[in-house]
Design a protein around this ligand. Structure first.
Ligand code: BGC
Length: 277
């Protein structure tokens, strides 16, 4: 962490001067990440697909708090949208240091009821969309060149994965397949690109209180069931993930490459084995 030139007592925020894109940032975990990056000093593009009003509200709130944020529409599962998104990010922020490839959806169904359409839609957004954004990000980082005064890395990519990159999930085969694929996409990219000082990592959230999983926490009964899967005894909040994203995007994690950080209150610890086994 660097110190401001004028006063040795003022510590700069960890992402001061950095430019970030967060996809799927108009709600949920993406919103939490965008707010946290902005709070840590980054200029942030809040990407959204359809919720323009929400994206505008989030950006104005960030600006009111003294931050810099711009909403930009794009459906990241479409290659031409991705290209345009990165062009608009370049015009809006003048460059790019951090990409949080976060956009994700669920279309749940029992295995034999899962339509080909819902299979493809989830894979297109949660896996192909992440791939398209990451590929575009790497090309832009290379073109931009390395400003070591801004960041120790040439560029940072953080994927939003899920505990379901590791935990099989009945009734959600499309989602778990996409997240399992994302794990090896992230690791393969990290291995290939580390020599260029591009850091690629992932965050794997567990149950975070957002619209996507509202059925799992909005009634007392559902919440009680959910908490049985969370040793730490609470449902997560978007801020829990935002804080980890700030760290993974900052120079504080400069030696962290190709890692998944689980932010899940211990969900991965086979809580059913607390008794028995
Ligand atoms: C899913 C949520 C789910 C959580 C834990 C996430 O990746 O999007 O719906 O609650 O995993 O199972």
């Amino acid at each position: 962490m660097s110190h401001s030139g004028d006063s040795p007592h003022v510590i700069d925020p960890p992402l001061k001067g950095q430019r970030a894109l967060v996809t799927g940032a108009s709600s949920g975990i993406g919103e939490g990440i965008a707010r946290a990056l902005a709070g840590a000093g980054a200029s942030v593009v809040v990407n959204y697909r359809s919720s323009r009003e929400d994206a505008e509200r989030i950006t104005s709130e960030i600006v009111e708090c003294g931050g810099t944020a711009v909403p930009i529409q794009a459906d990241i599962s479409k290659p031409d949208h991705c290209g345009r998104l990165f062009d608009e990010v370049q015009s809006a922020l003048g460059g790019l240091d951090i990409v949080v490839a976060n956009a994700g959806i669920q279309r749940d169904a029992a295995f034999t009821d899962l339509s080909l359409d819902d299979w493809r839609t989830v894979l297109n957004v949660n896996l192909t969309g992440q791939f398209l954004c990451a590929q575009e990000a790497v090309r832009r980082f290379r073109r931009q060149g390395h400003d070591r005064g801004r960041s120790a890395a040439l560029g940072k990519i953080v994927f939003t994965s899920s505990v379901h990159q590791a935990i099989p999930w009945a009734g959600h085969a499309n989602y778990a397949t996409a997240k399992g694929g994302l794990k090896l996409l992230m690791e393969s990219m990290a291995q290939e690109l580390a020599c260029e000082k591009i850091r690629v990592n992932a965050i794997a959230p567990g149950a975070i209180k957002t619209f996507i999983n509202r059925e799992a926490w909005e009634t007392e009964e559902a919440k009680e069931q959910l908490l049985m899967l969370i040793p730490y005894g609470r449902v997560g909040e978007p801020e829990d993930v935002g804080k980890v994203a700030v760290w993974l995007a900052s120079d504080d994690s400069d030696y962290v490459v190709g890692t998944t950080i689980f932010v899940d209150g211990g969900m991965l610890l086979y809580p059913a084995f607390r008794e028995g086994g």
